[in-house]
Design a protein around this ligand. Structure first.
Ligand code: FRU
Length: 439
């Protein structure tokens, strides 16, 4: 398997959220939550990967790591912006109030506090972790603003008249909450407004992202405790078209939302503008087990976000799409970075890709990974889109541990992590499947 092509994968051990995603000085930079010592979550560092084209990635090692009282127990998620040629990273520093004597890398009973920290670089490669950090928002003391423990994942953007930052947090009665800050100079930040929902939408919102597109203003959040089904993962990423008045940071969220991805493995996405000004998004694919006991965590294909007629589309980025130029007749002829299967699916039909089943039930596209996934996890085996409107065309991107089913060019997407796929593709009419791989 090619670990750094199409899907960026953990260099070893553990990765989770994408961080600081930006096109800067001719390269895409993608940082990520990284635990360098074992294939499980622990004291967070920012790992770093760079790409010219969003297809081929090179790991750069650790960019940001704990050095201060405020980030002693982790450099949590955050974002990047550029000003006057300098790269600015914003992240959450975590300090545990009590150390777990049996495992210093995980917190006891949520007893920690969070600060927001900035670190800058003149080339995007060198970061002075010892002298270059500045705490821009100390732990919150006013409950009306936000929670002292759960306030994290700063997303910073340039607005019309100032810089803005949104944090994910919670209300005292355990509803998700956003906190908006504003700054003239990127150093001094003032809380301006907050937003939450009567109906809750989970108890805490992680990794907020907000941006404008031609078709509407998009809010993405990853609420914890959102979808409750006995024993199954409860934290899921949703997106919606929000009303936002920038100067006053006044946000109104609708009741209706979409899952960002209907496979429900994808979490904590982050977007930026690509070199052509498209809105492109990266996201973490959760995995229940390390591959060969060695690495755990990877990212989806970079997706272009577009809004049309009130619907949010997630399309394969054109740089990725154009890589699949070699037609093959059997999956065993595929490149080590994977292959793509395209077809129209009929009602009641099933296509089995290496043990992963994709079928159509009426207007819904359904998947079943039971044959290619460990049992007894809290992951869902079966997934389905809502009723689709635009036809039944599927483009299925297959890599050794990830299948991404794009329905109607991004009307909906189902992405699932998988283990032990075979190279066999089975369908009632194999002739209609078009299989393409990389040169
Ligand atoms: C989301 C998240 C973020 C946090 C980071 C810690 O997956 O929990 O809220 O900053 O991961 O690794």
């Amino acid at each position: 398997m090619d670990k750094n092509k199409i899907h960026l994968k953990a260099p070893g051990n553990w990765i989770n959220d994408p961080n600081g995603f930006i096109y800067y000085k001719g390269n895409y930079h993608l940082f990520y939550q990284y635990f360098p010592y074992a294939p499980r979550w622990g004291t967070m560092h920012w790992g770093h990967a760079v790409s010219k084209d969003l297809v081929n990635w090179e790991h750069q090692g650790v960019a940001v790591f704990p050095t201060k009282y405020e980030d002693q127990n982790g450099c949590f998620s955050g974002s990047a912006i550029e000003r006057d040629g300098r790269l600015y990273l914003y992240y959450t520093g975590v300090h545990y109030n009590k150390i777990n004597p049996e495992d210093i890398h995980q917190c006891l009973n949520d007893e920690f506090e969070s600060s927001q920290i900035m670190i800058t670089s003149e080339d995007g490669i060198h970061f002075d972790n010892f002298h270059g950090k500045k705490v821009i928002v100390p732990p919150i003391t006013d409950e009306k603003v936000g929670d002292r423990t759960h306030a994290r994942d700063p997303k910073v953007w340039r607005g019309k008249d100032a810089w803005y930052m949104v944090l994910g947090s919670k209300t005292p009665d355990n509803r998700g909450k956003l906190i908006f800050y504003k700054s003239e100079d990127l150093y001094d930040w003032e809380p301006i407004n907050t937003a939450s929902k009567e109906s809750g939408f989970g108890w805490m919102w992680e990794c907020p992202d907000y941006f404008e597109t031609e078709g509407g203003k998009v809010l993405i959040i990853s609420p914890m405790g959102f979808r409750k089904e006995a024993g199954l993962e409860e934290n899921h990423t949703i997106c919606m078209l929000a009303a936002f008045e920038e100067a006053a940071c006044r946000m109104e969220m609708p009741e209706t939302y979409q899952y960002l991805d209907y496979g429900l493995d994808l979490y904590a996405p982050q977007s930026t503008e690509d070199e052509e000004g498209r809105r492109v998004l990266a996201a973490w694919l959760r995995m229940p087990e390390a591959v060969n006991g060695k690495w755990c965590g990877m990212f989806c294909i970079p997706r272009v976000v577009e809004v049309k007629d009130g619907h949010i589309y997630f399309r394969v980025h054109p740089n990725i799409e154009k890589m699949y130029t070699r037609r093959i007749s059997h999956a065993s002829q595929a490149d080590s970075a994977g292959y793509k299967v395209s077809f129209e699916i009929g009602d009641g039909e099933t296509v089995n890709i290496g043990g992963y089943k994709i079928s159509r039930r009426g207007r819904q596209i359904c998947t079943d990974r039971q044959g290619v996934f460990p049992e007894h996890t809290n992951f869902r085996m079966q997934c389905a889109t809502p009723e689709v409107k635009e036809g039944f065309h599927l483009d299925v991107y297959v890599d050794s541990n990830l299948i991404e089913v794009f329905v109607n060019n991004g009307e909906y997407v189902i992405s699932n992590t998988v283990y032990g796929l075979t190279r066999e593709i089975r369908a009632e009419e194999t002739e209609k499947l078009q299989i393409d791989t990389l040169e």
